[in-house]
Design a protein around this ligand. Structure first.
Ligand code: FAD
Ligand code: NAP
Ligand code: SF4
Length: 674
């Protein structure tokens, strides 16, 4: 066993049962719950995490009744005939000495469906559906449904349930006055607002007996106005303990909160202090969570006595073997979650099956499989995400792979992404691939531009040469004030203090982010700076941890104009769950966001533009072009012309809608086939 991680690998005794280690896989809705054959896929997906060493797995949320569903066809466990499909999952996990809890999630007013309910019928700001106000009878029936669902989960072989009491879902809605205006048994003072969760736990315990794990996800920091006070949260924790809850998990922030809690801008383990604060109040196993993505970070938390268990969720999408790799001290082999949300949470919110940008196998374990092959000698041109992903996967199949890149370092555009404040995690993906290329015997030819003649040494050539910045036809485009994002990010060209950015896509936003940061204000790396910037009260002396706390955003060292031609909302195309963070971050930094812009010319005066037929001059030192890209595929065309067997992937394949998620998946999919 790894000495370095002795706390993480210490079993936890719950009396009637033991957890083999302190690694918890937190609940994630993957969408497999709802697709045809999804439970078979889920069984394999979770079995891989169990065989990968996780001690305790929590499933995605399962509703106890119709009204509680997250969406019209979301997963529900209310009837005996629904048990057998869950059994496939629990059997698969139990083969590996891991435990599994089913999360019971009643979404309340967050339900994206017309039957949703809430204590007082108050609509949430993030859902179009107005909830029905629950009657006393409905509340009693809902408590029964939680217990009934738990009993069915027990029959399906689950070791227990996690009762979802945080993130602003139904139980949370009962707890705070913002959403609970009742004056009956379920509302009024805090004692009454606690009745709903406490009666749920009582009912579950009665129905399922003593030897059944009940974990409660307690909202320890609501991050909304009129949220719970710290004293109330502690009081509830103590009451839950009295009701024989076995473990309390930490919940941070309601979904409607406007403070990032898991995005890549959030520093690692940023919210652990909340669990640590609770540890001083109560003696019950506590799980901490949010932006913990490496075993080293997790071990420190346990060693400091801040929590008893560590919940990571997305990191197990990124790497099913994370725990075993930690145990065997193979840390440099771990594929780290970069907290981008692009293939997991963004998919969930679009109703698509989740996966992972850095690991497209996640939730596709039964779909993405190797085909038989004969060994080939393959040249891969371009060591960006698509080329690296292809090379590793193809080498695993036994092909002889030589990877060429004209640059000094592997990583392609990730080398530009990693310098953006809040995207430091992209370094980890480059580090992961560096190790994997080495482990799988890929021959690296760096600082080597691939020539057409070289192709004859290989059976096949894979073109992964990425993209080139789009060239614009604007008068004065050759002016010395004009540079591309590549000049700025890669070649580190000096930059003035007044800047216009042309193009407000992902890269325009990222460039603006870097422009508005000084080296000293890296809030994605410094927890105190992060909380100051987003207005979080670390003493939780205010309700919800935010009220009356003024955000202190460090001043931008530059004046930035971020421009787009469209008249639609700026940043509309950014990630579903992260776009608002990017927009708010730049707004707080005072970036001028201009829409409906016509670019007239660039000259010594600056950038001449027209908006709504009104001409103006942006008096800037530099204009940075971030206006999208075109495929860099001239090499592909030349090889094809010569009759070489050649494929293209990533940006070289097509530049429209290109992102790293598509680039990596395309690389892997081709490798599986070739
Ligand atoms: P690239 O990464 O462009 O790699 C191509 C490689 O080919 C390069 O290393 C190049 O040197 C090499 N090459 C080219 N021609 C030759 C030749 N003739 N011989 C040898 N080598 C050659 N995507 C996301 O999904 N999420 C993000 O948050 C995100 N943020 C980004 C932030 C920034 C600042 C930038 C610039 C990009 C970001 N992207 C992001 C986009 C993402 O990085 C790209 O979609 C991805 O890198 C494309 O991968 P690729 O393999 O197709 O090509
Ligand atoms: P993009 O998202 O396509 O944005 C290009 C921007 O340039 C748009 O704002 C577009 O808006 C403008 N534009 C396009 N053609 C133009 C022209 N001829 N003249 C002037 N403006 C023009 O591309 P990107 O920002 O280069 O990003 C590339 C890819 O990297 C994206 O597809 C993205 O998925 C990925 N990426 C993702 C993230 C992320 O956080 N998820 C971050 C960075 C990059 P108008 O046409 O309205 O002007
Ligand atoms: Fe992490 Fe991004 Fe993968 Fe989601 S898609 S698990 S955030 S790396």
């Amino acid at each position: 066993m790894s000495e370095q991680f002795k706390n993480l690998f210490t079993p936890l005794d719950l009396g009637f049962t033991q957890l083999k280690n302190r690694f918890v896989m937190g609940s994630m809705h993957t969408g497999l719950e709802e697709v045809k054959g999804g439970f078979n896929r889920m069984a394999k997906y979770l079995e891989d995490r169990a065989s990968g060493g996780v001690g305790l797995i929590v499933t995605g949320g399962v509703s106890p009744n119709l009204a509680g569903r997250a969406s019209p066809f979301a997963c529900q466990l209310s009837f005996p005939w629904q048990v057998s499909k869950h059994k496939k999952v629990t059997d698969a996990v139990h083969k590996h000495d891991s435990k599994i809890l089913m999360q019971i999630l009643h979404t309340g007013r967050y339900g994206y469906q017309p039957l949703c309910v809430s204590p007082s019928g108050i609509k949430s700001p993030i859902s179009p559906f107005k909830p029905w106000k629950m009657s006393n009878l409905h509340i009693r029936k809902t408590i029964y449904d939680f217990a009934n669902s738990s009993r069915l989960a027990q029959k399906a072989g689950y070791d227990g349930v996690e009762v979802m009491g945080s993130e602003g879902y139904l139980i949370n809605q009962f707890l705070v006055t913002k959403t609970n205006k009742r004056t009956d048994h379920w509302g009024g003072n805090y004692e009454k607002r606690m009745n709903f969760p406490l009666e749920i736990i009582r009912a579950i315990r009665k129905k399922c007996g003593k030897e059944f794990i009940i974990m409660f996800r307690l909202s320890m920091l609501d991050l909304i106005e009129e949220g719970s006070s710290w004293e109330e949260i502690v009081q509830l924790a103590k009451e839950l303990k009295k009701e024989d809850v076995n473990i309390i998990n930490t919940g941070i922030g309601w979904h409607e909160a406007r403070i990032p809690t898991i995005a890549t801008k959030v520093p690692r383990a940023a919210f652990t202090w909340v669990t640590a604060k609770m540890k001083k109040e109560i003696d019950i196993p506590l799980v901490t969570t949010n932006r913990i993505n490496k075993p080293e970070v997790a071990e420190d938390i346990l060693a400091n006595g801040e929590a008893d268990l560590i919940s990571m969720a997305r990191p197990y999408l990124a790497d099913a073997e994370l725990v075993n790799k930690a145990k065997e001290n193979r840390l440099d082999e771990i594929n780290i979650c970069i907290a981008c949300n692009q293939a997991c949470l963004d998919h969930t919110f679009k109703g698509k099956v989740s996966s992972c940008l850095v690991n497209p196998f996640a939730c596709y374990e039964t779909e993405l499989v190797h085909t038989k092959t004969t060994q080939k000698k393959i040249a891969v041109v371009g060591a960006g995400p698509s080329g690296m992903a292809f090379s590793v996967e193809a080498a695993k199949k036994g092909h002889s792979i030589t990877l060429f890149d004209q640059d000094e370092d592997i990583g392609g555009q990730f080398n530009m992404a990693k310098v953006i404040p809040g995207k430091e995690e992209f370094n980890e993906t480059i580090r992961y691939y560096k190790r994997q290329l080495d482990l799988n015997g890929v021959i690296l030819k760096m600082k080597t531009e691939f020539k057409v003649e070289t192709a004859k040494e290989f059976d096949q050539v894979i073109i992964a040469t990425g993209v080139l910045p789009r060239k614009l036809k604007i008068e004065g485009i050759e002016h010395e004030k004009v540079l591309t994002y590549v000049d700025y990010l890669k070649h580190k060209q000096d930059i003035g203090t007044k800047i216009a950015v042309i193009g407000a896509g992902g890269i325009g936003f990222d460039v603006s982010e870097l422009l508005t940061h000084s080296k000293e204000s890296q809030s994605s790396l410094n927890k105190d700076d992060f909380f100051k910037e987003w207005g979080v009260d670390q003493t939780i002396s205010t309700r919800g941890g935010i009220a009356d706390i003024e955000a202190q955003v460090p001043k931008s060292p530059r004046m930035v104009y971020l421009c787009q031609r469209k008249t639609s909302k700026i940043g509309k195309g950014l990630g579903k769950t992260t776009g608002w963070i990017h927009r708010m971050g730049l707004k707080n930094k005072g970036v001028h966001m201009l829409t409906g812009v016509f670019y007239d010319k660039v000259d010594d005066q600056g950038l001449h533009i027209t908006i709504a037929e009104k001409k103006q001059i942006l008096d800037v030192d530099h204009v940075i072009i971030c206006a999208g890209q075109v495929s860099n595929n001239s090499l592909y065309e030349a090889l094809k012309f010569k009759g070489v067997q050649v494929h293209k992937i990533g940006g070289a394949h097509s530049s429209g809608e290109l992102d790293a998620k598509r680039a990596i998946k395309q690389g892997i999919t081709l490798a599986l086939k070739i």
